[in-house]
Design a protein around this ligand. Structure first.
Ligand code: CUA
Length: 308
């Protein structure tokens, strides 16, 4: 049925699972709709009033029937609940090893940033057969990243990072839509995902001018903004050491513990006073308005790359 023109192509591992669930749900709904509509018509005819003096009589409660039509729907809804939850949980939890790509949405375009430094607008090149994770944010309003062929759809919200992952199974070109009304040219905020065989993808990645990787761009920015005067690899800096920070647990002045993820690093650059690391003074100035979303991504990627 996925081949029918009514349905988008299924080009990711989750697509077939989403479809199976969808068709099951559709089947259950169709079965009961027809059954109930059929019974209504049948009973309306069978028990119609035959004379104007006829009066209906009260029927005794039929317990077996009551229990049956309570238990069967209960079982069906529980099956749906467990099944759908498993699909959902797998959809929202990316595997540990993924090909990461950053996405910045803005009125009215999609900007993609590969870690190797390649940048694209409204076109995203991916290899077939890899787990791909997108880390997305918006520069202005809420947009929504939607690739029907992958059955993935996520709101891209300004001020935070959202992640979405999928595993493309077929080479080809797939349409990308913005699925959240975001202004005059919302309908034009479309693009294409180009899924290539791995060798072709490598060729595509290495094509174009040799450029800085994203973390190299971040490193450059890190020294341009003089971040390195306070954040030093040794303990002599006025700011916390950033080596091995990413993914670690940070204890704050308030005693609260937080995980240093992308959102934490972003917040610490834009609003340093929000979460002060225990043992440090709140002396860092804000960089709000001084760095773009794309520069923030480069800085985040640089911090992620810092290991001892
Ligand atoms: Cu962006 Cu609609």
């Amino acid at each position: 049925m996925s081949e029918s023109p009514l349905f988008p192509e299924a080009a990711s591992t989750i697509a077939t699972r989403v479809d199976a669930l969808y068709f099951f749900l559709l089947g259950v709904a169709a079965f009961f709709s027809l059954l109930i509509a059929g019974l209504i018509i049948y009973f309306a005819i069978k028990y119609r009033r035959r004379s104007s003096r006829e009066i209906g009589q009260r029927l005794p409660t039929h317990y077996a029937l009551e229990i049956t039509w309570t238990v069967i729907p209960f079982i069906i809804t529980m099956v749906l609940f467990v099944w759908a939850s498993r699909v959902y949980v797998d959809m929202v939890h990316p595997p540990i090893e993924t090909l990461n790509i950053y996405v910045v949405a803005k009125q009215w375009m999609w900007k993609f940033q590969h870690l190797d430094g390649q940048r694209e607008i409204n076109e995203l090149h991916l290899p077939v057969g890899r787990d791909v994770k997108l880390i997305a944010t918006s520069e202005d309003v809420i947009h929504d990243f939607f690739v029907p062929a992958f059955r993935v759809k996520v709101d891209v919200v300004p001020g935070r990072y959202v992640t979405i992952w999928f595993h493309p199974t077929k080479a080809g070109r797939y349409r990308l839509f913005c699925a959240e009304y975001c202004g005059t040219k919302h309908s034009g905020m479309i693009g294409e995902v180009v899924v290539l065989d791995p060798p072709e993808f490598q060729a595509w990645l290495s094509g174009g001018a040799t450029q800085q990787t994203l973390s190299e761009a971040g490193q450059q920015l890190f020294s341009d903004l003089a971040c390195n005067t306070c954040h030093r690899p040794d303990l002599k800096g006025r700011g916390p050491v950033l080596e091995n920070l990413f993914g670690s647990t940070v204890t704050l002045q308030s005693g609260e513990k937080v995980t240093a993820d992308e959102a934490y690093i972003r917040e610490s650059i834009l609003n340093p006073a929000a979460k002060i690391t225990a043992g440090y003074q709140p002396i860092m100035p804000t960089f709000q308005g001084q760095v773009s979303e794309e520069q923030l991504l480069a800085l985040v990627e640089y911090v992620k790359s810092l290991h001892k």
